[in-house]
Design a protein around this ligand. Structure first.
Ligand code: AMP
Length: 512
């Protein structure tokens, strides 16, 4: 693969990138004046029809980096029935919906036919749209192949193929599907390929399917924003210890905590923590891959609008979601992938605001913590002082069933007392597991993709030296894809932009 690299020229404006007047006008209306490095680096080449390999994560403006040149190029030519002109592959329905919103926003001066092929919507409805001819087809890989296999979709007219979030596709087991799709699309197509990281499997894929790409690498957010105050917090390793630590942290932050995302490594923890926080009467919602689409969108809406203060989430569920203005991020678990730490805490301190992140650390977390500090090149400070002195757990905290009126007890608890509290909470956990008590809770672990990732992580750490990464069959991926439900009504969830108030990390210069 021959690779041409590019550097961003600092003071570029959108008008310097070669975009059409109609696209430029839509960008101005969206309130953006200065392209981000990934946009400045990719757009001029993409407009010329070159393949682009963009190494950039969500939050860098990478969606517009492919949407804007695509719309410019689509101004010439027309779509034919069942033969989409462009295809964008996304790992999740949310990301697919966000890309659709971007096409609507930037394509407001065009009459683009946009089709979204994602699980949960009836095939008939989607087929009708395909029949009309799609300028833009946005799809998750499994659903797209299902349509292809039903003979309702011809890929021979695809001029531009976008593969977005390729490393996430790898994590979710979609690579065999991607390989298959790439082979179904004419060789003469233009390919725009985006990934936050470049593990060997992804490099192999780019070598196989990209033709002399221009490589644009935005300094990965290995550095964390200076607006974020980061702290590590020691905790016992039992789940109930960690939950108590978290509750104390939240309470200690008082009014400075406007809203927070609490990240867990696994979906089962999302579910458990959500239920526990609910029992302790926190204003909390949860987000994970197995929730019904409508519930997810509602949850996000409530969080964005301030009706919910806390949101417990897994990495997979929160990935790529544009949730601005979060005051706090809590890592209930130290993330297994160091990069996830950067993604997670990047949810706060956005758009020039300040933010705080707290990571709960147990004795077993040293290895993952070391990896984070190595990646970010900084030693994260420990929270000074004993948290229980800062915000002593009260009787009310540990006996949620007593209600808010229960008298508070001042001072710190003795060890024996704390052990009794833990026992009590363990008992509560059993009660919490009863179906009658969890009507509002998200479903238990069934998200195969997420589970698979966790399993893979375990296997990976055991077999690190062997470097094995288990793949998944296309059929399995499609099953995953189909498991998600979505209706068209769910797509009203607007993407929120920063306007001119671009966060500092989006301005990081492009590496050569
Ligand atoms: P993305 O990386 O595509 O998920 O974009 C992250 C956020 O940045 C979205 O809210 C975009 O609307 C916003 N954005 C995209 N381009 C720009 C820009 N040039 N200036 C400021 N914000 C932008």
């Amino acid at each position: 693969m021959s690779v041409d690299t590019t550097t961003a020229q600092e003071a570029l404006t959108f008008a310097d990138l070669g975009l059409s007047p109609k696209v430029l006008s839509a960008v101005t209306d969206a309130g953006y004046t200065t392209p981000t490095p990934i946009q400045a680096g990719s757009i001029p080449h993409a407009i010329q029809g070159k393949d682009v390999l963009g190494i950039a994560q969500t939050g860098t403006g990478k969606t517009a980096a492919f949407v804007l040149p695509m719309i410019t190029r689509l101004e010439k030519g027309r779509a034919r029935a069942r033969m989409p002109r462009t295809l964008i592959l996304e790992p999740t329905r949310e990301l697919a919906a966000q890309v659709e919103e971007n096409f609507i926003k930037y394509g407001k001066n065009h009459r683009l036919n946009i089709s979204l092929l994602i699980g949960g919507v009836s095939f008939d409805e989607q087929e009708k749209k395909l029949e009309r001819g799609a300028d833009v087809l946005i799809a998750t890989p499994g659903r797209m192949l299902d349509h292809f296999e039903r003979g309702k979709l011809l890929l021979t007219g695809v001029e531009i193929l976008v593969i977005d979030e390729a490393d996430r596709m790898l994590d979710m087991g979609f690579i065999p599907d991607i390989e298959r799709i790439c082979k179904l699309i004419p060789f003469t197509r233009q390919t725009l390929f985006f990934s936050a990281t470049m593990p060997p499997e992804i490099t192999k894929l780019t070598e196989q399917f990209l033709h002399a790409p221009v490589r644009v690498e935005v300094s990965r957010a290995a550095s964390t924003s200076i607006n974020i105050t980061q702290r590590l917090v020691k905790s016992g390793s039992k789940p109930w210890d960690k939950r108590e630590t978290l509750r104390n942290l939240i309470r200690a932050e008082g009014d400075s905590l406007k809203n927070a995302i609490i990240f867990c490594n696994r979906k089962i923890e999302v579910s458990d923590l959500f239920k526990s926080l609910q029992k302790h009467e926190f204003d909390v919602g949860a987000l994970h891959g197995d929730m019904d689409q409508r519930a997810r969108m509602m949850m996000l809406d409530n969080f964005r609008s301030g009706r919910l203060k806390l949101l417990v989430a897994s990495d997979v569920a929160a990935r790529g979601l544009d949730i601005p203005d979060v005051s706090h991020v809590f890592n209930f678990d130290v993330p297994i992938h160091a990069e996830d730490y950067v993604h997670r805490i990047g949810r706060t301190g956005r758009a020039g605001r300040s933010g705080k992140s707290f990571t709960i650390v147990t004795r077993g977390d040293t290895k993952h913590l070391d990896a984070i500090e190595k990646l970010t090149g900084q030693n994260i400070e420990w929270h000074d002082g004993d948290l229980s002195t800062l915000a002593p757990a009260t009787e009310e905290d540990d006996a949620p069933r007593r209600g808010r009126g229960a008298p508070k007890r001042a001072g710190r608890k003795g060890d024996g007392e704390r052990k009794r509290d833990h026992k009590r909470e363990r008992k509560e956990e059993v009660v919490e597991a009863k179906p009658a008590e969890v009507q509002e809770a998200p479903a238990e672990v069934t998200d195969i993709a997420e589970e698979r990732r966790t399993r893979k992580d375990a296997i990976k750490s055991d077999n690190a030296s062997r470097g094995t990464r288990s793949g998944n069959t296309g059929n399995q991926s499609r099953r995953d894809d189909r498991r998600h439900n979505r209706s068209n009504d769910d797509l009203n969830d607007g993407t929120v932009g920063f306007g001119d108030d671009m966060p500092a990390f989006m301005k990081i210069a492009v590496k050569v």
